[in-house]
Structure formats: C-alpha cells, structure tokens
Design a protein around this ligand. Structure first.
Ligand SMILES: Nc1ncnc2c1ncn2[C@@H]1O[C@H](COP(=O)(O)OP(=O)(O)O)[C@@H](O)[C@H]1O
Ligand SMILES: [Mg+2]
Length: 308
C-alpha cells in the first residue's frame, strides 16, 4: 500500500512551553483506518491539526498525496475532510445549507445528489430543514461529519468522534466509518477509548506527551494480546540463564530473583511443563509462579507509564 500521508519529524511547542509534538514521523497508507490512541493532552488534536494544515509546526514536514501541506495547502486540504473535536457550526443556519456551504468552501460545484446521499447516510435527511441549534448534541455531531464529507474527501479525520456520544450514535458512526473505508476513503481517528481503537482500526498508533510511541498493525497487537507471561519467583537468585534453558527465551528480572517466560495461549502446547522440568534439571527451584495476560490495555498503559 502506498503512503497517502507522510509525516516527517514534526515538532510543535505552544507558546507557554507545552511540547505538544516531539519528532513525530508516520506514514499513513491509502485506504486504511488508523487510530491514534492516547490520553487527554497527549497531542492527538495537535497532530491531526498539523497534518490538516491548521496548526503550523515548528519543524518537520507533511505531505498529502505528494502535496506539501505548507507550500501547497489548497491542493492538500481539498483531499481532506476533518471532523473537529469541538462542535463548531452556525447555530441559526439550516442543516442542509451548512453542508452545501461547506462544499462550496472547497470550490466544488453544487451537487444536490451528493448532499442528499451524505445527509441520508447520517440519518439527517429528515432534519435537513432544521436549524443547527434545534438539534441534539448527537445530531450536531452528525452535521459535523456531513460537513466534512460534503466535498467528497479521500481522507477523513475524526477527532474523538464518539467522546460523550450515546451507544446508538457510536455504533452508527462505526458503521459509517466502515462504509467509507469500503469506498476507499482513508480514515484517521483519534480516541482515548481502547475498545474503539480495537474495534475500528487496521493500525493503532499510541501517542503520549507528544511522542508517537508505537504504530502497529492491530492484528499484530492482538497477537501480543494472545500472549501470556509466566513469572517464576526463584528460591535463589540466578546471575544468568543456564545454557540448557536458552531456547525458552527467559528474561531475568528483579536482580535474578524472577524469570519471565512468554508463551502463546493459543498454541497447542505452552511449553510450561517442560520448562518446569528443565528448570528442576538445571538445579533451579521455583518458590512461586504467577501468570499475566497482556492486553492492549496493558500494552497501552505500560507504554504510557514508561513515557511519563
Ligand atoms: N492552542 C494551544 N495553546 C497552548 N497549549 C495548547 C494549545 N492546544 C493544545 N495545547 C496543549 O498541548 C498539549 C496537547 O494538546 P492536544 O493536542 O489538544 O492533546 P489531545 O488532543 O491528545 O488531548 C496539551 O498539553 C494542551 O494543553
Ligand atoms: Mg484532542
């Protein structure tokens, strides 16, 4: 898959000294759903704002389908739809005009059929003549999405699309995102919900304190999730793992008092029985043992803690 967006060494420090982005590099592939996962204040909004050309970075470069976002803003921006985190719509404007106007802003000729398609897809068609201020919070959010889709973008950014929305809207949103992806739209969403990243994404990027800590295929992350670790607390500390035990790939922790063994819960044989026998044969006695499941949540928390 070719990269449709390329981010190189982005840095941004806000006035007041907050480092919101630090040396962020990332390729986003055409047609993928990428979830940027991170706690509040991690830099997610700043990163997508910089990619969309709304925040000027201190250093680094962004290209969108080969267009430099700084030098060739108009061409780059025309490919992008952005659903902002904050609700920003004209209160007195009618829904359908809000969406038409947005399309016009991108210099696209009127296309009532497209506007209708978008409004219908978002269950807004019946509300098209309502004023924005008459809508519920969830409906307003749908209008934001309709605006973002008004000019038929090839890339859609959704900044915390489901923060504070009800379950129905969240499901609708996920279904819509999948349909768009099936139409070939590249989607980047930010979230602080792990389940959302897990549910939606092809790849997951974890961000904290302005640094991108990891970008990984979701299925690969899931494989890690299928892994468990066995912690063996030893009677006597060891300095190194005996040669005979090398194939187990054991890790030494806590000054040699603990050995850690990683295994796949879905494998036919975990290897634990043999390991215990081989440990005994090597003269290592185990005082206690304990297993831990590694979940995306744990991976995420570990990464976030380590980067704190
Ligand atoms: N316009 C701004 N001026 C100063 N600081 C900002 C501004 N926008 C964001 N920040 C700070 O930058 C950091 C990253 O913010 P943001 O990108 O909004 O994170 P996220 O979207 O992950 O919650 C936070 O510490 C935030 O307070
Ligand atoms: Mg944000």
């Amino acid at each position: 898959m070719p990269a449709i967006i390329s981010v190189r060494s982005l840095g941004k420090t806000y006035a007041g000294g907050v480092i919101a982005l630090s040396d962020v590099s990332l390729n986003i592939e055409q047609g993928e759903i990428l979830a940027l996962l991170g706690p509040n204040g991690a830099g997610k909004t700043t990163l997508i704002s910089a990619i969309c050309g709304l925040v000027v970075p201190d250093c680094g470069q962004v290209t969108v389908a080969g267009h430099d976002i700084a030098r060739d803003w108009r061409a780059a921006r025309a490919m992008i739809g952005l659903v902002p985190q904050e609700i920003t719509i004209e209160p007195f404007e009618r829904v359908i005009n809000t969406v038409r106007f947005s399309r016009g802003l991108f210099g696209k000729p009127p296309d009532e059929a497209h506007i209708e398609k978008v409004l219908r897809a978002l269950s807004l068609w019946d509300k098209r003549k309502a004023r924005n201020m008459e809508l519920s919070g969830g409906m307003k959010r749908r209008v934001l999405i309709a605006k973002a889709l008004s000019h038929e973008p090839r890339i859609l950014f959704l900044d915390e699309p489901t923060a504070g929305v009800d379950v129905t809207l969240r499901r609708d949103m996920w279904a819509l995102v999948r349909r768009l992806r099936d139409d070939g739209v590249t989607i980047i969403l930010t979230t602080h919900y792990i389940e959302e990243a897990e549910e939606m994404a092809d790849r997951i990027g974890v961000i904290n304190h302005g640094r991108l800590l990891l970008v990984e295929d979701k299925t690969k992350l899931m494989k890690h999730m299928g892994r468990k670790t066995l912690r063996l607390e030893l009677q006597e500390p060891v300095e190194q793992v005996p040669q005979a035990l090398a194939p187990y790939g054991l890790r030494i922790e806590e000054d040699g008092r603990v050995l850690v063994f990683g295994y796949d819960t879905r494998a036919g044989r975990t290897g634990i029985t043999r390991l215990l026998a081989d440990l005994a044969a090597a003269g290592i006695s185990v005082r206690d043992l304990d297993t831990e499941q590694s979940s995306l949540e744990q991976i995420f928390l570990t990464l976030v803690e380590e980067s704190a």
